[in-house]
Design a protein around this ligand. Structure first.
Ligand code: FAD
Length: 346
């Protein structure tokens, strides 16, 4: 077990750092405590504290966070069952920020980041499987994903920036359940199934049924996301992923779009899946748009129609990044462009 402390000062500057003590409280297996990398927050803490002390107004409230550090998946599942209020932490890129900002409050973390069993990409019997701890870097550099699920590789390439891609995981993106999470639209377009696991066994949940509402997922309190799988794209299938953010890196999507068209017959496809991100409480498919694209010869006129129908399916909100009206226009344009790239490769 590791121990973290969160500190709050009177300016609202809140930081988290790893506390160097050997605290094995509550750890049934006596797993050793070791310092935890918190993406530079330890350093930040010292800076903030010094700044506050210089100003002579430091007031700290302290709350202790214990970190459970299982070494195997079975141990992790047992701990998950025993400590249902513990928050799972993988790469920590969402959760540490949420803890720091007080959006999430907990006194216990279940750190699964060292479970190698959850870190894999496999192609097996016409199915690609990805472990939940797989990082974006591993996805971007996987020949399997680049060749057989390029829309997922493209979305991973556009997430955050290089540092984040080395540590953040696909399971964390699914578990955080943001409507603007960039891997979720391609996973919808690929018709992904998510496998959750608890001590009681595994459940397979189609991605359409995994997201129940704004940041609500069908994960039970004793489960974790183990892996996901989907049918790979064939070379004559068509697919594209496009994202619009406010800058080139570390940008949350204003809108993102993934399309996958399968079973080509010259210029038409039997199945189409079109998924829209950041325009509804969850990532959503545009079913009307998919219908327009299925089983008919495709051209730019149809893509324009598909774009405007997708925009009608979007229910975006105004926020600090963009207005709802702007987002709807972008949906129309991105769907049109994604279809042109997917089918005509231009
Ligand atoms: C600077 C910055 C830039 C970012 N840019 C982007 C971006 O461009 N696009 C984007 O989509 N996101 C972005 N993010 C958000 C974040 O990096 C991703 O959502 C990332 O995939 C989260 O993965 P993680 O492993 O760090 O998850 P964590 O922070 O460890 O966990 C996130 C959530 O998922 C849960 N969780 C994690 N793993 C599991 C599991 N196996 N089973 C069940 N629950 C689990 C945790 O309990 C937590 O609620 C950015 C974040 C930062 C800080």
């Amino acid at each position: 077990m590791r121990s973290l402390h969160t500190w709050h000062d009177s300016f609202g500057v809140r930081t988290t750092y790893a506390k160097s003590k050997t605290n094995l409280r509550g750890n049934p297996n006596g797993a050793l405590w070791k310092p935890m990398s918190l993406h530079g927050l330890h350093q930040d803490h010292r800076c903030c504290r010094r700044r506050c002390e210089e100003l002579g107004t430091l007031t700290l409230m302290r709350s202790e966070i214990d970190v459970l550090t299982p070494k195997t998946i079975d141990e992790a599942l047992r701990l998950r069952r025993q400590h249902e209020n513990a928050k799972i932490i993988a790469g920590g890129s969402d959760l540490i920020v949420q803890l720091r900002d007080g959006v999430v409050r907990t006194n216990q973390l279940l750190d699964i980041s060292s479970l190698k069993e959850l870190r894999f990409i496999r192609e097996d019997q016409d199915r690609i499987q990805i472990g939940s701890l797989t990082t974006y870097n591993e996805i971007i550099n996987s020949p399997i994903i680049r060749k057989r699920a390029w829309i997922l590789a493209e979305s991973a390439r556009q997430i955050g920036a290089a540092q984040l891609q080395n540590t953040a995981t696909i399971g964390g993106n699914l578990g955080n359940a943001s409507p603007a999470a960039d891997t979720i639209p391609p996973l919808y377009a690929l018709d992904t199934t998510i496998i959750t696991r608890s001590v009681a066994g595994r459940r397979e949940i189609p991605i359409d049924q995994f997201y129940l509402g704004y940041r609500k997922i069908a994960l039970l309190s004793d489960e974790l996301i183990e892996q996901l799988y989907f049918k790979p794209l064939r070379p004559d299938d068509a697919g594209a992923y496009l994202k619009l953010g406010l800058r080139g890196a570390n940008a949350i999507s204003l809108v993102d779009v993934a399309v996958a068209l399968r079973e080509r017959n010259v210029n038409s496809f039997s199945t189409a899946r079109v998924a829209l991100g950041a325009v509804a409480p969850t990532v959503k498919r545009s079913l009307k748009c998919e219908k327009i694209l299925q089983a008919r010869p495709l051209d730019r006129e149809i893509f324009r129609e598909a774009g405007s129908v997708a925009a009608q399916d979007a229910t975006p909100i105004d926020d600090i990044r963009a207005s709802a009206e702007y987002r709807r226009n972008i949906v129309s344009s991105l769907v049109y462009q994604a279809l042109c790239i997917a089918v005509f490769r231009e």
